[in-house]
Design a protein around this ligand. Structure first.
Ligand SMILES: Cc1ncc(COP(=O)(O)O)c(C=O)c1O
Ligand SMILES: N[C@@H](CCCC[NH3+])C(=O)O
Length: 385
């Protein structure tokens, strides 16, 4: 929520930059921890959503683990002070170098996505005379009812091992001298707001854990992934996701035995609302059909609208409290027509030099930035500074 003091503080800053409200981040982390602790659930933060150093520091200080999807993320997590015993590593294409690095760090678990990968981890662990802990990522064929680009748990998706291959996986695990089977891992997609999706996931997890246990393979960890969505339309009314309702679904529908731990990998729900991309209006272009507000930020700083037609609330924070008078297409400076943050966005009368906030940009914002058009590095402003 922007007020005049915050905006005044932005006046002499070079734009564009990501503004981080670290106080909101802390409140969000606390809300998540309070809700998860009730059921003794363990939450890992999905670094892919945001690996800004100050954000990671805050997340680490709140006691969360780290969910990584590359060797680079594993390294960043370890260097940021996350305990290796709380680091998990997923991804369909882990390279030998990445696996070796994670083995050297003695991370908690590899979330394995194919039989081929299982064999490679076993070999590399044997060469180091180590035992790698593995969880099997299963493709549960549960529809997340979200954008098809961020749906991950359907038979046609590349992620995880399909149920018909599980017998081969169980056989391979039994024959692998340097692997220790820890449990099962799932992740069905992102920006999920329909809690029934998680209910369907619980049913699958219960089926799958029974399958392994019937074959004499105890499942110690049930990792149900992440995916909880946030309110992109009303960031001020709903700044914190409904963690209570989310964890309650798993508490109600997941069968958890005394020897088991339940792990989560939340990204978006923890960090999306704590950041906005702040940019300045460079030019106002008035056409016959359209009025354009051309910003100094573009798809290179926030790619989600161009890539997924994602909605981010757009506010003219130089005109706080003023009535909306006109519809503008809010666009960036990049040489692509998809470099558009919103069409026909109602705003107060907007001028060159006005500050524009693109809200709910803390997840998959800064991390997906690119240098296309030789854009400068992303800058930051933190609420605590
Ligand atoms: C395996 C895995 N875990 C966790 C996440 C984090 O998802 P989200 O940011 O939706 O919570 C993702 C991304 O979708 C993922 O692919
Ligand atoms: N990058 C996506 C989410 C992908 C999640 C990663 N599996 C987004 O901006 O919504």
């Amino acid at each position: 929520m922007f007020n005049q003091d915050i905006v005044n503080n932005f006046q002499n800053k070079e734009t564009p930059f990501y503004y981080y409200d670290l106080e909101l981040l802390k409140r969000t982390l606390k809300a998540c921890a309070d809700a998860a602790d009730k059921y003794r659930f363990h939450v890992h933060f999905a670094l892919k959503a945001n690996f800004n150093s100050r954000v990671l520091q805050t997340v680490k200080d709140a006691g969360l683990g780290a969910d990584c999807v590359s060797g680079g993320e594993v390294k960043k997590a370890i260097e940021s002070g996350f305990n290796a015993q709380q680091v998990v590593f997923a991804g369909v294409g882990k390279s030998d170098r990445e696996i070796n690095y994670a083995l050297d760090q003695d991370i908690f678990a590899f979330n394995v996505e194919s039989i081929q990968e299982l064999e490679v981890i076993n070999e590399l662990a044997r060469a180091k005379n180590k035992i790698a802990r593995v969880a099997i990522r299963i493709n549960p064929n549960v529809d997340a009812h979200t954008h098809h680009y961020i749906t991950t748990g359907l038979d046609e998706n590349k992620f995880g091992i399909n149920s018909w291959d599980l017998q081969s996986v169980a056989d391979a695990l039994k024959q692998s001298t340097n692997l220790s089977f820890l449990g099962i891992h799932f992740h069905v997609g992102s920006q999920i707001l329909d809690m029934n999706v998680f209910k369907s996931l619980c049913v699958k997890v219960n089926e799958m854990q029974a399958w392994f246990e019937e074959r004499g393979m105890p499942v110690k960890v049930l990792n149900v992934g992440g995916g909880l969505g946030v309110d992109y339309h009303q960031p001020d009314t709903n700044p914190i996701a409904d963690f209570e309702a989310y964890f309650k679904i798993f508490a109600d529908f997941l069968t958890v035995k005394p020897h088991q731990e339940v792990h989560f990998e939340l990204g978006r729900a923890l960090v999306a609302q704590c950041s906005s991309l702040i940019s300045r209006v460079l030019y106002m272009k008035h056409g016959i059909k359209k009025n354009f507000a051309v910003l100094d930020a573009g798809m290179t700083e926030l790619m989600r609208p161009a890539l997924y037609q994602a909605y981010h609330k757009i506010e003219n924070i130089s005109k706080l409290g003023q009535p909306e008078t006109m519809a503008y297409d809010v666009v960036g400076p990049i040489c692509e027509s998809s470099d558009c943050f919103g069409k026909d966005v109602n705003l107060p009368t907007t001028q060159r030099g006005d500050l524009i906030a693109l809200r709910t940009a803390g997840a998959y914002g800064e991390v997906m930035a690119s240098a296309y058009n030789l854009r400068p590095d992303i800058k930051h402003v933190y609420s605590e500074d």
